[in-house]
Each structure stands twice: as C-alpha cells, then as structure tokens.
Design a protein around this ligand. Structure first.
Ligand SMILES: C[S@@+](CC[C@H](N)C(=O)[O-])C[C@H]1O[C@@H](n2cnc3c(N)ncnc32)[C@H](O)[C@@H]1O
Length: 251
C-alpha cells in the first residue's frame, strides 16, 4: 500500500503508521536490526537492556514477560536473571524479528525463554500471569500507549514491576544538539541504507519526536495502574528507563 492510500491520521513523517505497516517495517529490517542498534548506540544498548532487566527486581524461578521482544536481546538478559527454574515469554508481532530471536535463544541454549507471536494491545495471557513485565524500545510503536500499559499492568501480579526502556528527547544543552544530529541525520541515514525507499528512515526519528517526555510518560504509566513510578535517563539523556509497581487494589 502506498502512503497515498493510508488514512489521513497515519504518516511516517508524523511518526505514526498503522500496525500492519509497523509490523512489515520490522520484518524488513530484522536482519540488520541488531547491528544497527550496536552502531547507533556505540554498543550502549547492551548495558541499557541489562539495567532494564535488573529493574524488574525478579530473581531465580520468576516468570517474566518481555513485550515487543523483537530479536530477544532483553529476553535473554531476563533469562539470565530468572535462571533455568524460571520462565521468560517474549512476545512480538513481527515474525522475522522473532525468527532472529529464536536463533539466538537456540544458540545460547536457554530453555527458559520462549518467543510467541502476539499483539501488545491484546495480550494472550490471563490476569496476574507474570511477576514482572518489560518493554524495550517497543511501546513507542504501539497505536495506543495507555492501552499498551494497561495490558502490561493486567498481566503482572500486584506488587510486580513494569519496566519501560525507551528513547527520549533530552531537554537542553549539548546532549540535545547531539540527539538532534543523531536522530535527524544518523538514524535517517542508516534507515535509508537498510530500508531503501521505505518508511523506517522517516518513521523512526519522527516517532521519537512525537513520544511523550519522561514526566508525561510517568503520568501515562500511573494512569494505567502503576504506583511509585520512577525514571532515570541513560546515555546522557537520550534514553529513559521508567519503572512502576502494579498497584494493589484497596481491600
Ligand atoms: C524497536 S523494536 C524493539 C525490540 C526489542 N525489544 C529490543 O530491545 O531491541 C520494536 C518491536 O516492537 C514490536 N511491536 C510494535 N508494536 C507491536 C505490537 N502492537 N504488538 C507486538 N509487537 C509490537 C515490533 O515488531 C518490533 O519488533
């Protein structure tokens, strides 16, 4: 489908695409996806995912959901934490991303991690199924941010953590200049190389620009049913790690 045929509310330039276009875009870029991440972050993304896994505060034997798991890098970090007696379920709707993730899981011989196809906005799990849930660089792409968090809250037991790792826009100074150089020049350049003539190079930077800032995102998480929502910025302010605790309902 060409952009001309899309409903008016969607446009790659505005950082919005219908779910089937998001899915198709990630399927197209699945092969170079990990290498792109390493190049665009100078390898820092590996540490950021480790911090996200730590923020779940789960230990051996726990059951965790990694939503929008993509090629399973965070899924694997979580699998280390929960150990062989635990369970990590990675969920994503882009099958080519899942294929890459499954290869990695097999290579690492991690039996406690399973990847499934599914929609973040309609999670195929019963209420309170998991001890914690994560979403890394994924929630920015879902069509309904509030619903995305409500679904994560629904499937995590009261008292469990919901962790969100996402690109953010720094508010001031040198980092803000670097960020604009990175997103307005480097990311579109890399996107153009790996997704020739398609949406990735315009969609990715635009989707970051339209995404709420750190405080607004914390508010969305609170509204979705999380309490004690905290965040810290990483990479000099280009990425934010938000953590909230699923509220226990009043007795
Ligand atoms: C930027 S990648 C992040 C992958 C991985 N979490 C990471 O840290 O590298 C975003 C992923 O979100 C997935 N995604 C976006 N919207 C989704 C939805 N509604 N349901 C399931 N997966 C979704 C995409 O298919 C893609 O694999």
């Amino acid at each position: 489908m060409s952009d001309d045929n899309l409903p008016v509310k969607y446009s790659a330039e505005a950082g919005t695409l219908p779910p089937e276009r998001v899915q198709a875009m990630f399927d197209r870029i699945a092969r170079p996806y990990d290498a792109m991440n390493r190049v665009m972050t100078g390898g820092l993304d590996v540490r950021w995912r480790r911090l996200a896994a730590e923020a779940t505060e789960v230990g051996a034997g726990a059951s965790v959901l990694d939503c929008c798991c993509g090629t399973a890098d965070l899924t694997l970090e979580l699998a280390k934490r929960v150990g062989p007696s635990g369970e990590v379920v990675g969920l994503d709707f882009a099958d080519r991303m899942l294929d890459r993730g499954r290869l990695k899981i097999a290579k690492h011989g991690v039996d406690q991690a399973t990847l499934i196809h599914g929609d973040a906005l309609d999670l195929p799990f019963e209420d309170d199924r998991f001890a914690a849930a994560t979403v890394a660089f994924g929630i920015r792409n879902v069509a309904d941010l509030g619903l995305g968090f409500r679904e994560l809250v629904r499937v995590v037991r009261p008292g469990g953590k919901v962790v969100c790792l996402e690109i953010t826009t720094p508010e001031s100074g040198v980092v803000s200049k670097f960020h604009s150089l990175w997103f307005d020049r480097l990311v579109p350049g890399v996107g153009r190389l790996v997704d020739k003539g398609n949406a990735a190079y315009t969609y990715l930077p635009a989707s970051v620009k339209r995404f709420p800032g750190t405080t607004s995102l914390a508010h969305v998480m609170y509204e979705a049913g999380l309490e004690d929502v905290r965040f810290r910025t990483l990479g000099g302010g280009i990425v934010a790690l938000h953590v909230g605790t699923v509220r226990r309902s009043a007795a």
